[in-house]
Design a protein around this ligand. Structure first.
Ligand code: NAP
Length: 242
């Protein structure tokens, strides 16, 4: 297993003294992970633009751009990303009726980045996606090397059956990033919790973490910000778990 940033990660925020101040655009900043990314980015002193479809969901002093990614407006998206050092997205469906939004919305974000010359993007996918076929990756590995016997034979088949459409959407989103020519990083968490930030978690390139069943939204956000300081994470999918 190739791990990044040591195991476990050191408990550090992206404090002003440890990280470069960056211009960051956050998509889905009103979601569970998105709110955590927003709060941590602001606390770290970054210059933040939050993109949401309903601005009433946000309070605070960041620049807000309104954009419904189900009907993307290229002009609004270009204005949201122009000049950014990095784009972070935790976009996903709130309900089954929104299935497909991760790939559709990410495609629009990628196009806006390409149009404005912005290169760095970090997005949230999901742990099972390493084994989900997609048009760009029709024959993925049958099993993720990080998954143990029970997860591999019981857990993964079950969640794949339940979340089939959602995982196909995330796999397509990953295709779009791989084909984008951008400096992308995909974070693949297992089950999300709303527990507090710890900054202490395991990570691995291109695979899941053995017996790593959960991770908090706050710690996923922590990793998404942290990889901005780590160019070696570009063009990598990263597993994360406790
Ligand atoms: N739940 C899990 O255990 C789990 C495990 C692994 C991976 N994941 C992945 O992680 C993702 C993020 O998790 P989360 O808990 O942060 O999700 P969440 O709270 O449901 O947030 C989803 C975000 O996407 C936004 N969104 C949805 N449709 C949109 C649209 N048409 N235009 C603009 N924004 C839109 C939502 O905006 P609104 O606030 O306006 O609704 C919200 O901000 C999930 O979607 C899933 O793909 C989840």
């Amino acid at each position: 297993m190739r791990c990044i940033m040591g195991q476990p990660a050191r408990v550090v925020g992206l404090g002003r003294d440890t990280a470069t101040r960056q211009r960051i655009t956050i998509f889905a900043a009103s979601g569970g992970i998105g709110r955590q990314v927003l709060a941590q980015a602001v606390a770290a002193g970054h210059d933040v633009t939050a993109v949401v479809r309903n601005p009433k969901k946000l309070s605070g002093e960041v620049r807000v751009v309104t954009a419904d990614l189900a009907a993307p407006d290229p002009v609004a998206l270009a204005s949201a990303v122009e000049g950014a050092d990095a784009v972070l997205s935790a976009l996903g469906p709130r309900s089954n009726s929104e299935a497909g939004i991760a790939s559709r919305g990410t495609r629009a974000v990628v196009q806006a980045m390409q149009a404005t010359g912005v290169r760095r993007i970090v997005v949230v996918s999901a742990a099972p996606i390493s084994t989900v076929p997609s048009p760009g990756r029709p024959r993925p590995p049958k099993h993720d090397p990080g998954d143990g016997f029970f997860i591999r034979n019981l857990g993964v088949p079950l969640v794949k059956a339940v979340f089939r459409k959602h995982y196909a959407d995330l796999a397509l989103m990953e295709d779009i990033l791989r084909d984008s020519g951008l400096d992308w990083t995909v974070v693949r968490p297992p089950r999300l919790t709303s527990r507090p930030l710890t900054g202490t978690y395991r990570t691995a390139y291109a695979q899941n973490l053995r017996r790593g069943l959960t991770i908090s939204r706050a710690d996923v956000a922590h990793l998404m910000l942290r990889v901005l300081e780590q160019p070696e994470t570009i063009q990598q999918a990263i597993g994360i778990a406790y």
